[in-house]
Design a protein around this ligand. Structure first.
Ligand code: MN3
Length: 202
């Protein structure tokens, strides 16, 4: 069995003007395809060949560098495409909105802490919103690491993730990561995030 690059759930230009078409094309067809190919090459002939991506990421050792980088990249980007939407933005509703208010004080405070985490991640990496027995927290990781990996010190189920690699924003936002993060808030698919949160608390 080998992993395949999933199709985007919307057109390449669907997230304009916040995330531009050129970035989406190179990000999906270039970077995500690259992680997919790298993952398939790294697991060939190993005990991971017939495992799910989640099983692989939960099991790997910190020194399994090729699977860590490519498998992380494969999983992280699938999440990333799903938690964005051309109908996204605005504020979360219902149970998720209540949980954000409870754990961050307000949606505005959450946004501020999220942007701060994005700025704090030096170099390449990801910012995560995690649900741990219903409680929400923010964490960030380097490279393509994610909270599924046992050596990563971020505990909880991922409900939202944001790519802060330069390849996610450089063509449009150049060196202004903060401007990209502001734009990201206009495309967050809160329905999908709420679905993941409901899955965590059920
Ligand atoms: Mn990326």
């Amino acid at each position: 069995m080998s992993f395949k690059l999933p199709e985007l759930p919307y057109a390449y230009d669907a997230l304009e003007p916040y995330i531009d078409e050129a970035t989406m094309r190179v990000h999906h067809l270039g970077h995500h395809q690259g992680y997919t190919n790298g993952l398939n090459a790294a697991i060939e002939g190993t005990c991971y060949e017939n495992k799910s991506i989640e099983e692989i990421l939960k099991d790997i050792h910190i020194n399994d560098t090729a699977i860590r980088n490519n498998g992380g990249g494969y999983w992280n980007h699938i999440l990333y495409w799903q938690i964005m939407s051309p109908n996204g933005g605005g504020e979360p509703k219902g149970e998720l909105a209540e949980a954000i208010k409870r754990d961050f004080g307000s949606f505005e405070n959450f946004k501020e802490q999220w942007a701060k985490a994005g700025a704090a991640r030096f170099g390449s990496g990801w910012v995560w919103l995690l649900c741990n027995h219903g409680k929400l927290s923010i964490c960030h990781t380097p490279n393509q690491d994610n909270p599924l990996m046992k050596f990563v010190d971020c505990k909880g189920k991922v409900v939202l993730g944001m790519d802060v690699w330069e390849h996610a924003y450089y063509l449009k936002h150049q060196n202004k990561r903060g401007a990209y993060i502001n734009d990201f808030f206009n495309v967050i698919n809160w329905d999908e995030v709420a679905r993941r949160y409901a899955d965590c608390v059920k």
